[in-house]
Design a protein around this ligand. Structure first.
Ligand SMILES: [Zn+2]
Length: 297
């Protein structure tokens, strides 16, 4: 990573600029510098953050045990219905997409044997994977200990990247944006190492393909440290030896473009009327999220 040489860490372009972390409320983020590459529209925090302070921040400010228990209830209640689960629709769509691309590179009769959720949270995705592929072993990587009762309840095997191998389907949803620029390379290497030869990875991150500062600032959330565009996300994975099978923007539109906004409004309306399935399934330019499926080259 070439941050010190005034180059974009992903595409090596020198057309970059620095600015302050917008919308930062916590002191930990207030004085951080963000690099913007005008070529691949990648943005990242370039100042090192003390891992201990970041851990404290996550523990005290970000997702407290208190919030999980009061908002989502105990595990037996949480897993009793999809309605009680955190974004079950999103998880279910991610699994459908993963299945589609797993089948494309494997014999159709082959089912994924090992599933890993990288940043598993409550374990919603693993729980739903269990009903889709009943014989699959489910592994979870999760740092937030308040999630452990939920992961234990569904018998997910808590693990680390150095302890698992031969993963057929690896899901990383809304987690890569929390990794810092100094660690992302190592993380991609370990993802590649744990993947089986014909395994696939599904990545879901916030979309920051916006070149305008206003649009970007509307969509910056503390404590994110990496801000991917469609171009920079695919370029990063390609440079670590992955092949891109699918990449698309999705979800609610963050745009000032009136036509896009009207289109978004219409889709939402049709979804509410029950005519169309879950809105986030649609590929849509300027959507809030970015989804990608990759395999080894
Ligand atoms: Zn770049």
């Amino acid at each position: 990573m070439n941050i010190m040489n005034n180059k974009c860490p992903i595409c090596k372009s020198t057309d970059i600029k620095l600015f302050d972390y917008p919308t930062a409320k916590n002191n930990l983020f207030k004085n951080l510098n963000i690099l913007l590459c005008n070529t691949c529209i990648f943005r990242c925090v370039i100042d090192p953050i003390d891992p201990k302070e970041l851990e404290l921040y996550y523990r005290n400010e970000y997702s407290s045990e208190h919030e999980c228990r009061t908002r989502y209830g105990k595990p037996e209640e949480y897993f009793s219905s999809e309605k009680n689960m955190f974004k079950a629709g999103r998880s279910s769509y991610q699994l459908d997409l993963a299945e589609k691309y797993f089948r494309k590179i494997n014999d159709r009769s082959v089912l994924p044997k090992k599933i890993l959720d990288f940043g598993a949270g409550f374990g919603t995705t693993l729980f739903l994977a269990g009903s889709k592929w009943p014989n699959a072993e489910c592994y979870a990587i999760e740092q937030d200990e308040s999630m452990y009762p939920y992961l234990d309840y569904i018998n997910a095997d808590k693990t680390t990247t150095s302890d698992c191998a031969d993963i057929d389907v690896l899901i990383s949803s809304q987690s890569l944006e929390h990794v810092d620029i100094f660690s992302i390379g190592g993380m991609l290497e370990s993802m590649k190492n744990v993947l089986s030869p014909n395994g696939i990875i599904l990545i879901d991150v916030p979309n920051n393909s916006f070149s305008s500062d206003t649009q970007y600032q509307m969509h910056v959330h503390e404590p994110h440290l990496l801000f991917f565009s469609k171009k920079s996300l695919s370029k990063l994975f390609k440079s670590y030896g992955f092949k891109i099978l699918f990449i698309s923007e999705y979800g609610d539109i963050i745009s000032k473009n009136q036509i896009n906004r009207m289109y978004n409004f219409m889709l939402k309306g049709l979804h509410r009327l029950g005519v169309l399935p879950l809105h986030p399934r649609y590929s849509i330019k300027d959507g809030k999220g970015l989804r990608m499926v990759v395999c080894k080259k």
